[in-house]
Structures are given as structure tokens and as C-alpha cells.
Design a protein. Structure first.
Length: 68
């Protein structure tokens, strides 16, 4: 019974290099996923208040003032 629970982990923990590679790859994938999700949530809460959303208004005003 105990062997059936331990067996999937034996393939990952058998060698230290494989174990560390699995940990680093998992951490990297989690970081990318968490960062992307956090940015999407932040952008949805702050839509219309960020520079990327309003810069076209100010850049057009600056261009109009230069031509006058």
C-alpha cells in the first residue's frame, strides 16, 4: 500500500539533478502564470487610469500644439 503512494515520486527524487530541475521548472512556470494573472487583474481594476490607456489623449494634444 505504501509503495503505491511513493512510486510516482521515486522517478523525480531518484537523482538530485532531476529533483532540482523539477523544482526550478515548476517555480518558473508558477512565477510566469502568477505574474500574468496579477497583471491582468491589475489592468482590469485600473482600466482607464493607466498611462497606456490615456497617453493617446496627451500625445494628440502635444502634436496639435506643435502645429499651431
Amino acid at each position: 500500500m505504501a509503495n503505491s503512494r511513493v512510486f510516482p515520486l521515486q522517478g523525480l527524487i531518484r537523482r538530485n539533478a532531476v529533483y532540482l530541475t523539477t523544482i526550478f521548472a515548476s517555480a518558473f512556470a508558477f512565477e510566469l502564470t502568477f505574474d500574468t494573472a496579477s497583471n491582468k487583474v491589475w489592468d482590469s481594476f485600473n482600466r482607464g487610469r493607466q498611462w497606456k490607456d490615456i497617453k493617446h489623449q496627451y500625445l494628440n494634444k502635444a502634436d496639435d500644439e506643435d502645429y499651431e
